[in-house]
Design a protein around this ligand. Structure first.
Ligand code: PGA
Length: 251
């Protein structure tokens, strides 16, 4: 009943020329899989050209960040008004933004509200570090990120949230969490906390993705879990054949 979603987070990769080639390569394969919401998140500089290439297809476009103000003296930032010229989705609070660029649950919350105010669908990332995982703090950390990140959102709007659970120790390391372990956190921590914020009915409608070293050879196991509704894919989203296979696995 929750439509699967697979988003490719290109991170800081691909020039405009390379982006054009990559999209041309993967678009036919992606277009064929209609039962999955497919999203590409290239760097800002490629949003305009990629949005042109995706026009008339059902493949969606997302940015990797946004600022919460519409405009102003925020050098180097990008406003929701600029993002929504091209995009339907926006990734918010990725662990790399939290770790290297000082994002907090409070700024994540401001960004989620700004996204909704501008009719963008936010893909919000939560997840624990290796240290927190080893200290048995996963539940506390993830519950806190959910509660603070989504504070003040009404339950009607909350249905449109897309949450990505990404254990930080599994991102880009080739060390994926086990599918059962990921499903357990998604079901018993993420969805449970969403239920206490917004009610069970709403929490059941919210799509929760898994991210962290999802590849074409393990995607099936993740997507067959009860509470995993798709994936946020980094490295493998830059490889047309792999990314298409992952999308097919979600179908
Ligand atoms: P990965 O990245 O698939 O390369 O591990 C996932 C992410 O950072 O969203």
């Amino acid at each position: 009943m929750r439509k699967p979603l697979v988003a490719g987070n290109w991170k800081m990769n691909k020039t405009v020329e390379q982006a054009t080639l990559l999209v041309a390569d993967m678009l036919p394969g992606l277009e064929a899989v209609k039962t999955v919401d497919r999203v590409l998140c290239p760097p800002f500089t490629s949003l305009m050209v990629v949005s042109g290439m995706l026009a008339g297809t059902e493949v969606g476009l997302g940015s990797q960040n946004l600022h919460w103000e519409d405009s102003g003296a925020y050098t180097g930032e990008i406003s929701p008004l600029m993002v929504k010229e091209f995009c339907k989705y926006v990734i918010i609070g990725h662990s790399e933004r939290r770790a290297y660029f000082g994002e907090t649950d409070e700024t994540v919350n401001l960004k989620v509200k700004a996204a909704f105010a501008n009719d963008l669908l936010p893909i919000i990332c939560v997840g624990e570090t290796l240290e927190e995982f080893e200290a048995g703090k996963t539940e506390d950390v993830v519950a806190g990120q959910v509660k603070r990140g989504f504070d003040g959102i009404d339950s009607d709007t909350a249905q449109k949230l897309i949450v990505a659970y990404e254990p930080i120790w599994a991102i880009g390391t080739g060390k994926a969490s086990s599918p059962e372990q990921a499903n357990d956190i998604i079901k018993n921590v993420v969805r449970k906390n969403l239920a206490s914020l917004f009610g069970v009915g709403t929490a059941e409608k919210i799509r929760i993705l898994y991210g962290g070293s999802v590849k074409s050879n393990n995607a099936n196991e993740f997507f067959s879990q009860s509470d995993i509704d798709g994936g946020l894919i980094g490295g493998a989203s830059l490889k047309p054949e792999d990314f298409t296979k992952i999308v097919e696995a979600a179908a």
